[in-house]
Design a protein around this ligand. Structure first.
Ligand code: FRU
Length: 680
């Protein structure tokens, strides 16, 4: 296989075929980098979660290995799935799984049990329980034995969180030298809490402390990890970083998954955030609230609600929505469709009609239970003018939907439950209007783009070498991206460091140096004293490139909002293009993928994403762009900002242009190399 299918990333890791999500068990051991990952051996969407495996000597060229942990009972009778987790090398054989001479590799992962059962260990679990288990390998990761005698080694969350057994996952384990203990960080996903456990043998675990909620708390918290880093390279000033996935709840302007970090300290038992890394919750300006608690609005007719507020009647078929059935005209604070397997019925809750008088609409809507997808439409004069789709979690909130264009017009809001049909429910908590934009919760974002999730760093490297890999996809649309026979890629491995930038301890990310080994020899470089206003075609084209662009900051004249940057993956007629640039007014880096190619598989996909970026002290802005067959990964400045986005341009969209708007841009330099395939 040559790995040249349409959209196949050339230097970002992908499985040969089938579905992949989170990186798991990243470890460097005995000269080899191991990457395990969430994998469905049976298909191209999420399911039958197993651990795929690949190995590498440089994190650039990967060799696919046999599945490491295959869902128990795959394919027809799955009793246990292997959710996310990590791998450690048990050098001192604390677990007793190996010997002094032969260190075992030990994986700790979340066992997900699709049905209640009694386990060989004598423990019993309920349907949908998530618990933490271990497995070991005595042949350097090639084959694994689950520790059935005692799994799961952490059966339940602490008793005060007993009701969270179905939302308890993603252990990240590491050795803590100062206390001579193993540490595991595990998420109570819905409560936005990370639990810290310690152990001396990887088998018996003690709950020590918890961390969170803090800063960004939308959706669920998943795939947490802690790691140390020296600040500005000073080994006497080591801080700890908590890395946390949120879904849905990524950075402002994205919909779906995202990753935040918090800088603090860790003593082996407890993580404490630095005071300047804890941000107060903002208040949402509500100039007027409408529909607070839908049932109280009292304008809907109730159709068949049971005592707990669940809609139990079968809806009348009033015509198709998205090819499915619709029921209309009912309400309730809790709006529930109960439909049997395979019954693709969609419920629509329509608000009373109102006049748009203010600039923004804010939503706080819960629900959309798996496999449903909640969708909100704003209809003006009977036409859908704004739409947003949620994922399968409890809270969806949209703040600041700009509706100023519709002021004075009559509108309704429609809440569509279960775009995908099936069972689902929606909770409408509040819809409000405001003239000022709601502040968003401040947080430190690992990446400001939509496609950087479940980030994990390698165990087994010297502590100053911290390298992260993330899933370069998003739960919002991940299972619908137009790739086959595989789905999902990993980000490039990124070297992490902590640097003081503008007086703040900031996480800095740079693509690993090894990437250079894939560069083709002929380099492109060009410089201009001044790039004139307008667009110019560059003598540069390609589908896989590493580009660095530097230029002088501009101070915009009043009323102007100049931008400068590159148009990449452009077709001859420019109908397809991905714009990567800098906005001098807002001091933001941006990626515009609204016309990047195939964008129609999800309504939220075509969009522009922004990331803060200050010019360097000398007034120069630096942007590095890694383009691959279906992604752009953009690093700003020293790497204090990154923005990752998938794109699906056609094969012949290879052109590059440079643009400057509202005037000229000075001291421009561009250098670029073509990147070859990592599969050769
Ligand atoms: C995050 C996640 C994890 C879970 C895994 C299941 O993307 O939801 O929380 O362990 O995926 O595949």
């Amino acid at each position: 296989q040559s790995y040249t299918e349409k959209y196949r990333p050339q230097y970002h890791f992908t499985p040969k075929d089938n579905w992949m999500n989170d990186p798991n068990g990243l470890i460097y051991y005995n000269g080899v980098y191991h990457m395990f990952y969430q994998y469905n051996p049976g298909g191209n969407t999420w399911g039958a979660m197993s651990w795929g495996h690949a190995t590498s000597r440089d994190m650039t060229h990967w060799k696919h290995q046999p599945v490491a942990l295959q869902a128990r009972g795959f394919p027809n009778n799955i009793t246990e799935m292997f959710f996310s987790g990590t791998v450690v090398a048990d050098e001192k054989n604390t677990s007793g799984f190996g010997s002094r001479k032969k260190a075992p590799l030990v994986a700790m992962y979340t066992s997900y049990y699709p049905m209640a059962q009694n386990l060989p260990s004598g423990k019993s679990v309920q349907k949908d329980q998530q618990a933490q288990s271990i497995a070991y390998s005595l042949d350097e990761g090639m084959t694994w034995t689950t520790y059935d005698a005692a799994n799961p080694v952490i059966l339940d969350p602490p008793s005060q969180y007993a009701d969270q057994v179905k939302e308890f996952r993603d252990p990240s384990v590491f050795w803590h030298d100062a206390t001579n203990k193993w540490v595991a960080v595990i998420s109570l996903a819905k409560l936005h809490k990370l639990l810290v456990y310690t152990s001396s043998d990887l088998k018996t675990w003690k709950h020590e402390s918890e961390f969170g909620p803090v800063n960004a708390v939308d959706g669920v918290w998943e795939c947490p990890s802690f790691f140390p880093l020296a600040v500005d390279g000073n080994k006497r000033n080591v801080k700890w970083v908590a890395q946390i996935g949120l879904n849905p709840g990524g950075p402002p302007g994205t919909i779906g998954s995202g990753t935040q970090y918090v800088v603090g300290s860790f003593d082996g038992k407890k993580f404490t955030a630095d005071a300047n890394n804890v941000y107060p919750a903002p208040t949402t300006p509500k100039d007027s609230v409408i529909f607070q608690d839908f049932e109280k609005a009292g304008t809907f007719t109730d159709l068949g609600w049971n005592a707990t507020g669940d809609f139990v009647g079968a809806g009348p078929a009033n015509g198709p929505i998205n090819g499915q059935q619709t029921v209309t005209g009912f309400s309730g604070e809790r709006f529930v469709n109960t439909f049997l397997n395979g019954d693709a019925t969609t419920g629509v809750l329509t608000s009373p009609s109102f006049k748009v008088t203010q600039k923004y609409i804010n939503f706080l809507i819960g629900g959309g239970y798996n496999p449903g997808k909640t969708c909100v439409n704003l209809k003006v004069d009977g036409k859908v003018v704004r739409t947003a789709t949620g994922t399968n979690n409890e809270k969806l909130s949209w703040t600041g939907w700009d509706v100023s264009a519709f002021q004075g017009l009559n509108a309704v809001i429609e809440i569509v439950d279960s775009l995908t049909g099936g069972w689902g429910h929606v909770n409408v908590d509040e819809i409000s209007f405001s003239n000022t934009l709601a502040e968003t919760q401040k947080a430190n974002w690992m990446d400001y783009g939509p496609d950087f999730y479940a980030a994990l760093s390698f165990n087994g490297l010297p502590s100053e070498d911290r390298i992260d890999i993330a899933w370069m996809n998003n739960w919002q649309y991940g299972q619908a991206i137009p790739t086959s026979p595989w789905r999902s890629a990993m980000s490039v491995p990124r070297t992490l460091s902590l640097k003081t930038i503008n007086r703040k301890t900031t996480l800095v990310q740079e693509p690993i140096d090894n990437l250079k080994s894939l560069e083709k020899s002929r380099k492109y470089s060009r410089s201009w004293n001044s790039v004139q206003q307008g667009d110019q075609e560059l003598d540069l084209s390609g589908k896989a490139m590493d580009i660095t662009l530097t230029f002088s900051d501009r101070s915009p004249a009043s009323g102007k909002s100049p931008q400068f940057g590159l148009v990449l993956r452009a077709s001859a007629d420019s109908k397809q293009q991905t714009r990567v640039g800098y906005d001098f007014t807002t001091k933001q880096l941006f990626v515009d993928r609204s016309a990047s190619g195939e964008v129609g598989f999800d309504s939220t996909f075509p969009a522009v994403f922004y990331a803060p970026l200050s010019p360097g002290n000398d007034g120069t802005v630096t942007i590095r762009i890694l383009v691959d067959w279906s992604s752009v990964e953009v690093f700003g400045g020293k790497g204090e900002t990154s923005l990752t986005a998938q794109i699906f341009p056609s094969d012949d969209a290879v052109r590059a242009r440079i643009f400057s708007t509202d005037g000229n841009t000075r001291n421009v330099k561009i250098s670029a190399s073509q990147i070859g395939s990592a599969w050769n």
